[in-house]
Design a protein around this ligand. Structure first.
Ligand code: MTE
Ligand code: CO
Length: 417
Protein backbone atom coordinates (compact mmCIF):
# COMPACT_ATOMS: atom_id res chain seq x y z
CA UNK A 1 0.00 0.00 0.00
CA UNK A 2 1.56 3.29 -1.06
CA UNK A 3 0.68 6.37 0.89
CA UNK A 4 3.24 8.51 -0.89
CA UNK A 5 0.48 10.64 -2.41
CA UNK A 6 -0.93 11.28 1.03
CA UNK A 7 1.56 13.29 3.06
CA UNK A 8 -0.70 13.32 6.11
CA UNK A 9 -0.82 9.57 6.41
CA UNK A 10 2.44 7.64 6.21
CA UNK A 11 2.15 3.97 7.06
CA UNK A 12 4.05 4.51 10.24
CA UNK A 13 1.85 7.43 11.27
CA UNK A 14 -1.24 5.37 10.59
CA UNK A 15 -0.10 2.39 12.64
CA UNK A 16 1.10 4.73 15.38
CA UNK A 17 -2.29 6.41 15.37
CA UNK A 18 -4.16 3.13 15.55
CA UNK A 19 -2.07 1.83 18.45
CA UNK A 20 -2.12 5.23 20.13
CA UNK A 21 -5.88 5.51 20.24
CA UNK A 22 -6.02 2.04 21.90
CA UNK A 23 -9.73 1.79 21.19
CA UNK A 24 -9.83 -0.51 18.18
CA UNK A 25 -10.64 -3.57 20.30
CA UNK A 26 -11.71 -4.25 23.87
CA UNK A 27 -9.47 -6.11 26.29
CA UNK A 28 -10.68 -9.72 26.57
CA UNK A 29 -13.29 -10.07 29.32
CA UNK A 30 -13.86 -13.34 31.14
CA UNK A 31 -17.63 -12.90 31.17
CA UNK A 32 -18.27 -12.14 27.49
CA UNK A 33 -21.08 -14.58 26.53
CA UNK A 34 -19.99 -14.41 22.87
CA UNK A 35 -16.86 -16.24 24.05
CA UNK A 36 -17.94 -18.19 27.12
CA UNK A 37 -21.24 -19.62 25.89
CA UNK A 38 -21.67 -22.34 23.26
CA UNK A 39 -23.53 -20.72 20.39
CA UNK A 40 -26.26 -22.58 18.55
CA UNK A 41 -24.25 -22.70 15.33
CA UNK A 42 -21.51 -24.73 16.95
CA UNK A 43 -23.89 -27.27 18.48
CA UNK A 44 -25.88 -28.36 15.43
CA UNK A 45 -25.06 -29.23 11.86
CA UNK A 46 -25.65 -26.47 9.36
CA UNK A 47 -27.58 -26.53 6.06
CA UNK A 48 -26.51 -28.96 3.37
CA UNK A 49 -25.36 -28.12 -0.14
CA UNK A 50 -28.92 -28.65 -1.39
CA UNK A 51 -30.39 -25.85 0.76
CA UNK A 52 -29.76 -22.93 -1.61
CA UNK A 53 -29.26 -23.74 -5.30
CA UNK A 54 -29.08 -20.00 -5.83
CA UNK A 55 -27.42 -18.44 -2.78
CA UNK A 56 -28.80 -15.50 -0.82
CA UNK A 57 -27.11 -13.22 1.74
CA UNK A 58 -27.05 -13.95 5.49
CA UNK A 59 -30.32 -13.22 7.26
CA UNK A 60 -28.37 -10.69 9.33
CA UNK A 61 -27.82 -8.60 6.20
CA UNK A 62 -31.55 -8.14 5.61
CA UNK A 63 -31.03 -4.38 5.70
CA UNK A 64 -28.95 -4.36 2.54
CA UNK A 65 -31.87 -3.94 0.16
CA UNK A 66 -33.12 -1.59 -2.54
CA UNK A 67 -35.62 0.90 -1.17
CA UNK A 68 -38.00 3.37 -2.73
CA UNK A 69 -39.17 6.77 -1.50
CA UNK A 70 -42.95 6.57 -0.99
CA UNK A 71 -43.65 10.15 -2.06
CA UNK A 72 -41.67 9.60 -5.28
CA UNK A 73 -43.62 6.44 -6.08
CA UNK A 74 -47.08 7.26 -7.37
CA UNK A 75 -47.17 3.85 -9.05
CA UNK A 76 -44.43 1.18 -8.67
CA UNK A 77 -44.53 0.24 -12.37
CA UNK A 78 -43.29 3.69 -13.33
CA UNK A 79 -40.89 4.53 -10.57
CA UNK A 80 -37.46 4.03 -9.08
CA UNK A 81 -35.80 2.24 -6.20
CA UNK A 82 -32.31 2.99 -4.92
CA UNK A 83 -29.01 1.12 -4.48
CA UNK A 84 -28.06 0.80 -0.76
CA UNK A 85 -24.66 2.45 -1.27
CA UNK A 86 -24.01 2.63 2.48
CA UNK A 87 -24.11 -1.19 2.66
CA UNK A 88 -21.63 -1.87 -0.14
CA UNK A 89 -17.87 -2.25 -0.39
CA UNK A 90 -15.48 -2.04 -3.32
CA UNK A 91 -16.69 -0.87 -6.72
CA UNK A 92 -19.00 -3.65 -7.99
CA UNK A 93 -22.73 -3.56 -7.26
CA UNK A 94 -24.24 -7.00 -6.59
CA UNK A 95 -26.89 -7.80 -9.19
CA UNK A 96 -29.76 -7.97 -6.71
CA UNK A 97 -28.97 -4.50 -5.35
CA UNK A 98 -28.70 -2.51 -8.60
CA UNK A 99 -31.25 0.32 -8.47
CA UNK A 100 -34.17 -0.05 -10.86
CA UNK A 101 -35.78 2.61 -12.95
CA UNK A 102 -38.51 1.66 -15.33
CA UNK A 103 -41.31 3.53 -17.03
CA UNK A 104 -43.65 0.60 -17.73
CA UNK A 105 -42.75 -2.18 -15.30
CA UNK A 106 -40.29 -5.05 -15.74
CA UNK A 107 -40.84 -6.95 -18.99
CA UNK A 108 -40.51 -10.74 -18.53
CA UNK A 109 -39.06 -11.79 -21.88
CA UNK A 110 -38.62 -15.31 -23.23
CA UNK A 111 -35.17 -15.11 -24.86
CA UNK A 112 -36.19 -17.65 -27.52
CA UNK A 113 -38.86 -15.15 -28.63
CA UNK A 114 -36.61 -12.12 -28.45
CA UNK A 115 -35.19 -10.44 -31.57
CA UNK A 116 -32.96 -7.44 -32.18
CA UNK A 117 -33.72 -5.63 -35.44
CA UNK A 118 -31.41 -3.11 -37.09
CA UNK A 119 -33.17 -0.99 -39.71
CA UNK A 120 -33.23 2.51 -41.22
CA UNK A 121 -30.20 3.87 -43.06
CA UNK A 122 -28.47 0.51 -43.52
CA UNK A 123 -27.62 -1.58 -46.60
CA UNK A 124 -29.39 -4.70 -45.25
CA UNK A 125 -31.97 -4.50 -42.44
CA UNK A 126 -31.12 -7.41 -40.11
CA UNK A 127 -32.76 -9.39 -37.35
CA UNK A 128 -30.63 -11.13 -34.71
CA UNK A 129 -31.69 -13.89 -32.34
CA UNK A 130 -29.94 -14.17 -28.97
CA UNK A 131 -27.92 -17.04 -30.42
CA UNK A 132 -26.85 -14.91 -33.39
CA UNK A 133 -25.60 -12.20 -31.04
CA UNK A 134 -23.54 -14.68 -29.04
CA UNK A 135 -21.61 -15.66 -32.19
CA UNK A 136 -19.96 -12.21 -32.37
CA UNK A 137 -16.72 -11.53 -30.44
CA UNK A 138 -17.51 -10.50 -26.85
CA UNK A 139 -15.93 -8.04 -24.47
CA UNK A 140 -16.03 -7.64 -20.68
CA UNK A 141 -16.09 -4.12 -19.33
CA UNK A 142 -16.85 -2.46 -15.99
CA UNK A 143 -19.01 0.68 -16.10
CA UNK A 144 -21.19 2.72 -13.81
CA UNK A 145 -24.72 3.59 -14.88
CA UNK A 146 -26.14 6.75 -13.32
CA UNK A 147 -29.64 8.08 -13.90
CA UNK A 148 -29.49 11.75 -14.89
CA UNK A 149 -32.02 12.38 -12.10
CA UNK A 150 -29.70 11.01 -9.40
CA UNK A 151 -29.44 13.65 -6.61
CA UNK A 152 -32.13 15.62 -8.48
CA UNK A 153 -34.28 16.08 -5.36
CA UNK A 154 -31.37 17.95 -3.71
CA UNK A 155 -31.17 20.88 -6.17
CA UNK A 156 -32.98 23.38 -3.99
CA UNK A 157 -31.90 22.15 -0.58
CA UNK A 158 -30.97 19.14 1.51
CA UNK A 159 -33.93 16.81 1.41
CA UNK A 160 -33.48 13.04 1.57
CA UNK A 161 -31.80 11.48 4.60
CA UNK A 162 -29.45 8.82 3.32
CA UNK A 163 -26.91 8.39 0.52
CA UNK A 164 -29.12 5.54 -0.71
CA UNK A 165 -31.78 8.14 -1.56
CA UNK A 166 -29.60 11.13 -2.48
CA UNK A 167 -27.08 9.17 -4.60
CA UNK A 168 -28.42 5.63 -5.02
CA UNK A 169 -29.47 5.92 -8.66
CA UNK A 170 -26.08 4.57 -9.65
CA UNK A 171 -24.71 1.06 -10.02
CA UNK A 172 -21.50 -0.42 -11.40
CA UNK A 173 -21.18 -3.92 -12.83
CA UNK A 174 -19.07 -5.86 -15.29
CA UNK A 175 -20.96 -6.21 -18.56
CA UNK A 176 -20.39 -8.94 -21.11
CA UNK A 177 -21.54 -8.07 -24.58
CA UNK A 178 -20.81 -7.45 -28.23
CA UNK A 179 -19.50 -4.08 -29.40
CA UNK A 180 -22.41 -2.42 -31.23
CA UNK A 181 -19.94 -1.54 -33.99
CA UNK A 182 -19.83 -5.19 -35.11
CA UNK A 183 -23.60 -5.41 -35.50
CA UNK A 184 -23.78 -2.09 -37.36
CA UNK A 185 -20.95 -3.19 -39.66
CA UNK A 186 -22.86 -6.38 -40.41
CA UNK A 187 -25.90 -4.32 -41.46
CA UNK A 188 -23.77 -1.79 -43.37
CA UNK A 189 -24.40 1.78 -42.20
CA UNK A 190 -25.13 4.22 -45.07
CA UNK A 191 -22.77 7.17 -45.51
CA UNK A 192 -25.41 9.78 -44.59
CA UNK A 193 -26.22 8.08 -41.25
CA UNK A 194 -25.48 10.17 -38.14
CA UNK A 195 -27.72 8.84 -35.35
CA UNK A 196 -29.11 5.63 -33.92
CA UNK A 197 -32.28 5.08 -31.94
CA UNK A 198 -32.42 2.07 -29.61
CA UNK A 199 -35.94 0.93 -28.68
CA UNK A 200 -37.10 -1.23 -25.75
CA UNK A 201 -39.54 -4.14 -25.89
CA UNK A 202 -41.19 -3.16 -22.58
CA UNK A 203 -44.60 -1.53 -22.29
CA UNK A 204 -42.94 1.93 -22.36
CA UNK A 205 -41.08 1.14 -25.63
CA UNK A 206 -38.33 3.50 -24.45
CA UNK A 207 -36.45 5.29 -27.23
CA UNK A 208 -33.49 7.68 -27.27
CA UNK A 209 -31.36 9.27 -30.02
CA UNK A 210 -27.63 8.49 -29.75
CA UNK A 211 -24.97 9.94 -32.08
CA UNK A 212 -23.52 7.32 -34.42
CA UNK A 213 -19.99 8.26 -33.35
CA UNK A 214 -20.73 7.16 -29.79
CA UNK A 215 -22.41 3.96 -31.03
CA UNK A 216 -19.32 3.06 -33.08
CA UNK A 217 -16.92 4.10 -30.33
CA UNK A 218 -17.67 2.16 -27.14
CA UNK A 219 -21.34 1.07 -26.93
CA UNK A 220 -21.97 -2.57 -26.08
CA UNK A 221 -24.96 -4.80 -26.65
CA UNK A 222 -24.83 -6.59 -23.29
CA UNK A 223 -26.44 -9.88 -22.30
CA UNK A 224 -24.64 -10.49 -19.00
CA UNK A 225 -23.76 -8.57 -15.84
CA UNK A 226 -21.30 -9.66 -13.15
CA UNK A 227 -20.89 -13.03 -14.83
CA UNK A 228 -24.53 -14.09 -15.16
CA UNK A 229 -27.39 -13.26 -17.49
CA UNK A 230 -28.81 -9.73 -17.09
CA UNK A 231 -31.50 -9.57 -14.43
CA UNK A 232 -35.04 -8.92 -15.73
CA UNK A 233 -34.97 -5.55 -13.94
CA UNK A 234 -31.84 -4.59 -15.86
CA UNK A 235 -33.22 -5.51 -19.29
CA UNK A 236 -32.99 -9.29 -19.73
CA UNK A 237 -32.12 -10.59 -22.23
CA UNK A 238 -30.45 -7.56 -23.89
CA UNK A 239 -29.60 -3.95 -23.12
CA UNK A 240 -27.48 -1.27 -24.71
CA UNK A 241 -24.54 -0.01 -22.64
CA UNK A 242 -23.66 3.65 -23.30
CA UNK A 243 -20.50 4.20 -21.21
CA UNK A 244 -20.35 7.39 -19.15
CA UNK A 245 -23.64 8.74 -20.51
CA UNK A 246 -26.93 9.25 -18.67
CA UNK A 247 -28.77 6.08 -17.64
CA UNK A 248 -31.89 6.90 -19.63
CA UNK A 249 -30.00 6.19 -22.87
CA UNK A 250 -29.13 2.64 -21.75
CA UNK A 251 -32.29 1.15 -23.25
CA UNK A 252 -33.29 -2.13 -21.59
CA UNK A 253 -35.10 -5.08 -23.19
CA UNK A 254 -33.51 -3.85 -26.43
CA UNK A 255 -35.46 -4.99 -29.50
CA UNK A 256 -34.61 -2.55 -32.28
CA UNK A 257 -31.97 -0.05 -33.38
CA UNK A 258 -32.97 2.38 -36.08
CA UNK A 259 -30.23 4.20 -37.98
CA UNK A 260 -31.04 7.76 -39.13
CA UNK A 261 -29.59 11.08 -40.24
CA UNK A 262 -31.05 13.26 -37.48
CA UNK A 263 -32.21 12.91 -33.87
CA UNK A 264 -35.81 11.79 -33.31
CA UNK A 265 -36.64 14.30 -30.54
CA UNK A 266 -38.74 11.77 -28.64
CA UNK A 267 -40.23 12.46 -25.21
CA UNK A 268 -37.16 11.32 -23.28
CA UNK A 269 -34.98 13.98 -24.94
CA UNK A 270 -37.42 16.89 -25.11
CA UNK A 271 -39.83 17.24 -22.18
CA UNK A 272 -37.57 14.95 -20.10
CA UNK A 273 -33.80 14.73 -19.69
CA UNK A 274 -33.27 18.36 -20.63
CA UNK A 275 -32.13 20.89 -18.03
CA UNK A 276 -34.30 23.94 -17.47
CA UNK A 277 -32.18 27.04 -16.83
CA UNK A 278 -33.11 30.42 -15.29
CA UNK A 279 -35.04 32.43 -17.88
CA UNK A 280 -36.79 29.46 -19.44
CA UNK A 281 -34.07 28.19 -21.78
CA UNK A 282 -33.10 24.55 -21.51
CA UNK A 283 -29.89 22.63 -22.08
CA UNK A 284 -30.46 19.61 -24.31
CA UNK A 285 -28.32 16.63 -25.28
CA UNK A 286 -26.55 16.70 -21.93
CA UNK A 287 -25.37 13.13 -22.21
CA UNK A 288 -22.13 12.86 -20.24
CA UNK A 289 -22.35 12.29 -16.50
CA UNK A 290 -20.04 14.76 -14.78
CA UNK A 291 -17.44 14.03 -12.12
CA UNK A 292 -19.09 13.23 -8.79
CA UNK A 293 -18.49 11.62 -5.41
CA UNK A 294 -20.27 10.88 -2.15
CA UNK A 295 -19.25 9.69 1.29
CA UNK A 296 -21.20 6.49 1.90
CA UNK A 297 -19.96 5.84 5.46
CA UNK A 298 -20.62 7.58 7.73
CA UNK A 299 -23.95 8.79 6.32
CA UNK A 300 -27.50 9.16 7.71
CA UNK A 301 -28.27 5.44 7.40
CA UNK A 302 -24.80 4.51 8.69
CA UNK A 303 -24.01 6.61 11.80
CA UNK A 304 -20.74 6.39 13.75
CA UNK A 305 -21.31 3.89 16.54
CA UNK A 306 -18.12 4.33 18.59
CA UNK A 307 -17.56 7.27 20.92
CA UNK A 308 -14.37 8.60 19.38
CA UNK A 309 -10.95 7.56 18.10
CA UNK A 310 -9.87 5.86 14.90
CA UNK A 311 -12.62 6.22 12.30
CA UNK A 312 -12.84 4.95 8.73
CA UNK A 313 -14.55 7.19 6.22
CA UNK A 314 -15.45 5.50 2.92
CA UNK A 315 -16.99 6.68 -0.32
CA UNK A 316 -17.46 6.41 -4.07
CA UNK A 317 -16.33 8.64 -6.94
CA UNK A 318 -16.98 8.44 -10.69
CA UNK A 319 -16.91 10.41 -13.92
CA UNK A 320 -18.47 9.84 -17.33
CA UNK A 321 -15.46 11.54 -18.90
CA UNK A 322 -12.74 9.15 -17.77
CA UNK A 323 -11.35 7.86 -14.52
CA UNK A 324 -10.85 9.49 -11.12
CA UNK A 325 -7.49 11.10 -10.49
CA UNK A 326 -8.05 12.39 -7.00
CA UNK A 327 -10.59 12.68 -4.20
CA UNK A 328 -10.23 15.16 -1.35
CA UNK A 329 -12.24 15.01 1.85
CA UNK A 330 -13.10 17.63 4.42
CA UNK A 331 -14.38 17.08 7.93
CA UNK A 332 -15.05 20.78 8.57
CA UNK A 333 -17.50 21.70 5.80
CA UNK A 334 -14.93 22.52 3.12
CA UNK A 335 -12.50 24.74 5.04
CA UNK A 336 -9.66 22.22 5.03
CA UNK A 337 -9.15 19.38 2.56
CA UNK A 338 -7.08 16.20 2.78
CA UNK A 339 -6.37 13.77 -0.05
CA UNK A 340 -8.35 10.54 0.32
CA UNK A 341 -6.83 7.15 -0.47
CA UNK A 342 -8.27 5.59 -3.63
CA UNK A 343 -8.21 1.81 -3.33
CA UNK A 344 -9.04 -0.92 -5.83
CA UNK A 345 -9.16 -0.91 -9.63
CA UNK A 346 -9.44 2.38 -11.51
CA UNK A 347 -11.41 1.90 -14.72
CA UNK A 348 -12.62 4.61 -17.07
CA UNK A 349 -16.30 5.40 -16.46
CA UNK A 350 -16.50 3.07 -13.45
CA UNK A 351 -16.97 3.64 -9.73
CA UNK A 352 -13.84 4.25 -7.65
CA UNK A 353 -13.61 3.48 -3.94
CA UNK A 354 -11.91 5.93 -1.59
CA UNK A 355 -11.08 5.95 2.11
CA UNK A 356 -9.96 8.45 4.67
CA UNK A 357 -8.89 7.24 8.11
CA UNK A 358 -8.89 9.83 10.86
CA UNK A 359 -8.95 10.24 14.61
CA UNK A 360 -12.39 11.53 15.61
CA UNK A 361 -12.39 13.63 18.77
CA UNK A 362 -16.13 13.09 19.23
CA UNK A 363 -17.13 16.61 18.24
CA UNK A 364 -19.58 17.47 15.41
CA UNK A 365 -18.28 17.20 11.84
CA UNK A 366 -19.32 18.45 8.41
CA UNK A 367 -18.16 15.74 6.01
CA UNK A 368 -17.61 16.46 2.31
CA UNK A 369 -15.83 14.80 -0.60
CA UNK A 370 -14.67 16.42 -3.84
CA UNK A 371 -13.53 14.38 -6.85
CA UNK A 372 -11.30 15.36 -9.78
CA UNK A 373 -11.39 13.33 -13.00
CA UNK A 374 -8.76 12.49 -15.62
CA UNK A 375 -9.88 15.42 -17.78
CA UNK A 376 -9.26 17.80 -14.88
CA UNK A 377 -12.95 18.46 -14.07
CA UNK A 378 -13.51 19.26 -10.39
CA UNK A 379 -16.76 18.49 -8.58
CA UNK A 380 -18.46 21.85 -7.82
CA UNK A 381 -20.08 23.11 -4.63
CA UNK A 382 -23.88 23.32 -4.66
CA UNK A 383 -23.72 27.12 -4.83
CA UNK A 384 -21.30 27.07 -7.78
CA UNK A 385 -23.61 24.69 -9.64
CA UNK A 386 -26.68 26.81 -8.93
CA UNK A 387 -24.84 29.94 -10.10
CA UNK A 388 -24.53 28.37 -13.54
CA UNK A 389 -27.71 26.26 -13.78
CA UNK A 390 -30.21 27.96 -11.47
CA UNK A 391 -32.63 26.02 -9.30
CA UNK A 392 -35.15 24.67 -11.80
CA UNK A 393 -33.11 21.63 -12.83
CA UNK A 394 -33.56 18.05 -11.72
CA UNK A 395 -30.94 16.37 -13.88
CA UNK A 396 -27.14 16.36 -13.66
CA UNK A 397 -26.65 17.47 -10.07
CA UNK A 398 -23.01 16.48 -9.43
CA UNK A 399 -22.42 18.92 -6.57
CA UNK A 400 -20.58 18.29 -3.31
CA UNK A 401 -22.71 16.56 -0.64
CA UNK A 402 -22.46 17.52 3.05
CA UNK A 403 -23.20 15.18 5.95
CA UNK A 404 -23.48 16.63 9.45
CA UNK A 405 -22.17 14.22 12.09
CA UNK A 406 -23.65 15.06 15.49
CA UNK A 407 -21.89 14.58 18.81
CA UNK A 408 -23.37 11.14 19.40
CA UNK A 409 -22.43 9.95 15.90
CA UNK A 410 -25.80 10.44 14.21
CA UNK A 411 -25.64 11.83 10.70
CA UNK A 412 -28.00 14.09 8.75
CA UNK A 413 -28.16 15.61 5.29
CA UNK A 414 -27.37 19.34 5.40
CA UNK A 415 -26.16 22.16 3.20
CA UNK A 416 -23.38 24.59 4.05
CA UNK A 417 -23.35 28.12 2.64
N1 MTE B 1 -35.17 1.11 -20.95
C1 MTE B 1 -36.46 0.73 -21.12
N2 MTE B 1 -36.76 -0.09 -22.13
N3 MTE B 1 -37.44 1.19 -20.28
C2 MTE B 1 -37.16 2.04 -19.24
O1 MTE B 1 -38.08 2.42 -18.52
N4 MTE B 1 -35.42 3.37 -18.06
C3 MTE B 1 -34.19 4.11 -18.31
C4 MTE B 1 -33.06 3.18 -18.78
N5 MTE B 1 -33.53 2.27 -19.78
C5 MTE B 1 -35.80 2.47 -19.05
C6 MTE B 1 -34.82 1.93 -19.93
C7 MTE B 1 -33.69 4.91 -17.19
S1 MTE B 1 -34.41 6.43 -16.92
C8 MTE B 1 -32.58 4.54 -16.48
S2 MTE B 1 -31.91 5.56 -15.32
C9 MTE B 1 -31.95 3.22 -16.67
O2 MTE B 1 -32.58 2.44 -17.68
C10 MTE B 1 -31.99 2.45 -15.36
O3 MTE B 1 -31.33 1.24 -15.48
P1 MTE B 1 -31.46 0.15 -14.33
O4 MTE B 1 -32.91 -0.11 -14.09
O5 MTE B 1 -30.67 -1.01 -14.81
O6 MTE B 1 -30.85 0.76 -13.09
CO1 CO C 1 -33.09 7.45 -15.45
Amino acid sequence: MANSDNPTLSRRAMLGGVAGSAALATVARANDPAITEMQEWTQYLGDGVDAAPYGVPSEYEADAVRRDVPWLTADPVSSVNFTPLHKLEGIITPNGLCFERHHGGVAQIDPAMHRLMINGLVDKPLVFTMEDIKRFPRENRIYFLECAANTGMEWRGAQLNGCQFTHGMVHCVMYTGVPLRYLLEEAGVKTNAKWIMPEGADASAMTRSIPLDKALDDCLIAFAMNGEALRPEQGYPLRIVVPGWEGNMWVKWLRRIEVGDEPWHHREETSKYTDLLEGGKARRFTWEMDVKSVITNPSPQAPITHEKGHTVLSGLAWSGRGNIKRVDVSIDGGRNWRPARIDGPSHDKALHRFYHEFDWDGSPLLLQSRAVDSEGWVQPTKDALRDVRGTESIYHNNSIQTWHVRKGGEVENVEVG
